[in-house]
Design a protein around this ligand. Sequence first.
Ligand SMILES: [Fe+2]
Length: 246
Amino acid sequence: MRVLAISDKIVPQLYSDQVIAVTGRVELLLSCGDLPFYYLDFLATTLNVPFYFVFGNHPLDARTRPRIPHGANLHRRVVFHDGLLIAGLEGSRRYRPRAPYQYTEGEMRLHCLSLTPRLLWNRLVYGRYLDVLITHAPPRHIHDAEDLAHQGFQCFRWFMRVFRPRYLLHGHKHVYRRDEQTVTQFGDTTVINVYPYTVIDLEPAPRRVLRRQVSEKTRVFWQAVVARWETFVGVSAIPKEEETTS
Ligand SMILES: [Fe+2]
């Protein structure tokens, strides 16, 4: 599946009628944050693809957060989209007290943990925890910087070691030099700084592990566990029509 991943900066060539000529045909749009919704909406509409996003640390259009046409906010949520398991975590390291969309290491660790029941469910049903994690901030010591605002999260490294997503896509760290590293392999995970845009071929998992048969009893039990946990940690479910289960 060809995916357009974007973050942080409006690219004039994409925000034009030349977008398909620039990106080629894509089937999914992923935003890693700090972009205005008119830009996301333009791309999703012009490319005619679904899109998922997380917020960055700059709360652009945050007032419209509950009403976003077409797309779905993936913060602390998991979707199964055309054979891909995708989750998201918003925001950056906290560098201003009480600012929204900024988190301490401990707070982000709790966000990571809040995904755990659903990831265990994925392992049971799909044979893997996750395919793609989209974040705004990078993992610590991968594509990040030493100023507090641009330091990555240590817990993302823990997340990759434990849940082994095939990709972690992030933004936040602007790239100014051609020789700056934007792709890093960390265990089973390819970490990509998508700034300002990247087209990636994300292959769905082999069909034999797309979905496993589990007993109805197990399914009902785990669905109840996941639902109760998500209610407990304050994660509202993705509306059903936004979950595609091909
Ligand atoms: Fe940012």
